[in-house]
Design a binder for this molecule. Structure first.
Ligand code: NAD
Length: 362
């Protein structure tokens, strides 16, 4: 088991990463309060793991809330349903919420925990690769509204994260590969050696080799932990975690959130942002092609579909949450492993980068 501590003073918490951790409660139950636990899960994950969790917590009063599956369920309606559930069950301030699922369940559960009685404890048992390396760590919680994704939310840190990589065995291969994109992102923005290691282990990663998966999840979490400890509320360096996301969000939005998974859109976005970095002379030529080749080996898309025009993508990018009123901010690369935030991207170069990302260069 790997333990990574998110260093946030009194709100510090451990992220535990290991294969089969859920069935080893002695590794983590000391961080659970001896109070009622409300378990948020969904109709896909609950049948797979809820009984196993209940079995290892025989002394806890468990209240399972099983919601329908899907991004659309990270909604105001389910927020309302959840707070009604807490009210009906008489859940008090000393109780704890537990998210058992992917990023959708984690974000919703975290947002309910942030707001119920002005904030109560919650713990995360992330069951997708994306949630293990990204969504469950760092305290961003949110729900979607029709006007946009994650527009209503709060920063609220969990008190424990248990990332059991054995739960990934049941994950759909496409969802698994989408999580790999966020792992590549960690290497691309902060750690060239890690990126080299990913390049060298694409086959082992795709085969879900236990040792390899535990290693890359632990290292990705360690990167996120360092960034979050330095900049919890994203006033500076934390924005580098959005590498590929400005283009990615526009690609997701333009395709109505149905054609690409988030990680797939981020993979295309990372390649496009790196091409822009090269066009600006920030980054040596060849980094984008190399990143593109690695992502393709991991089974991820890397090119912008021809039916998405640069105009449409660029107008969606200007709505990105990371922009201030007067400037467009983009995360670019100085080199593999070194991200930089740029405030003034020239539109003609953004357009050129989009066009250059239409066909993968081998
Ligand atoms: N809070 C953050 O910092 C942060 C960061 C990144 C993404 N997010 C959010 O995370 C969400 C995406 O998360 P996601 O990719 O985990 O999606 P998800 O939660 O929808 O999970 C993807 C699919 O996998 C299923 N699933 C989950 N675990 C499984 C398992 N072990 N076996 C089989 N199926 C399983 C889910 O039911 C779902 O159908 C988005 O809403 C995004 O906004 C949040």
């Amino acid at each position: 088991m790997t333990r990574i501590d998110i260093a946030l003073g009194e709100r510090s918490y451990p992220v535990l990463v290991g294969h089969g951790l859920m069935n080893e409660p002695s590794a983590w139950n000391r961080w659970l309060p001896d109070t009622p636990l409300v378990v948020f899960s969904n109709e896909k994950v609950a049948p797979l793991y809820l009984d196993a969790l209940a079995r290892v917590l025989p002394d806890h009063e468990l209240h399972p809330l099983v919601l329908p599956d899907g991004e659309a369920e990270k909604s105001f309606d389910n927020f309302r349903r959840a707070v009604d559930f807490l009210a009906e069950r008489g859940i008090r301030r000393d109780a704890c919420l537990l998210a058992l699922g992917g990023g959708v369940i984690g974000d919703l559960c975290g947002f309910v925990a942030a707001t119920w009685m002005r904030g109560i404890r919650f713990v995360q048992f992330p069951t997708t690769l994306l949630a293990q390396v990204d969504a469950s760590v760092g305290g961003k919680t949110a729900i979607n509204i029709p006007q946009g994704k994650n527009l209503v939310g709060a920063f609220h840190q969990p008190s424990l994260v248990v990332a059991d990589t054995a739960t990934l065995d049941t994950l759909d291969p496409r969802e698994y590969r989408a999580g790999l994109a966020e792992i590549v992102k960690c290497g691309a923005i902060r750690d060239a050696d890690f990126l080299d290691g990913i390049e060298a282990r694409c086959e082992a990663l795709l085969a879900r080799d236990v040792e390899c998966v535990v290693d890359v999840v632990g290292r990705s979490v360690a990167h996120k932990a360092a960034v979050v400890a330095e900049d919890e509320h994203e006033t500076g360096v934390r924005a580098t975690l959005n590498f590929g996301h400005t283009f990615g969000h526009a690609i997701e939005a333009l395709s109505g959130y149905t054609r690409f998974l988030h990680g797939e859109a981020v993979a295309i976005g990372m390649v496009t942002a790196t091409r822009l970095s090269e066009l600006r002379g920030l980054c040596p030529t060849g980094v984008a092609d190399r990143l593109s080749a690695t992502l393709q080996r991991l089974g991820l898309p890397v090119s912008i579909p021809d039916d998405m025009t640069a105009d449409d993508l660029m107008s969606l990018m200007s709505l990105d949450k990371k922009n201030t009123a007067s400037s467009r901010r983009l995360v670019l690369l100085r080199d593999a492993g070194q991200a930089v935030i740029h405030a003034d991207s020239r539109p003609e170069q953004v357009r050129e980068a989009i066009e250059a990302s239409r066909t993968p260069t081998e």
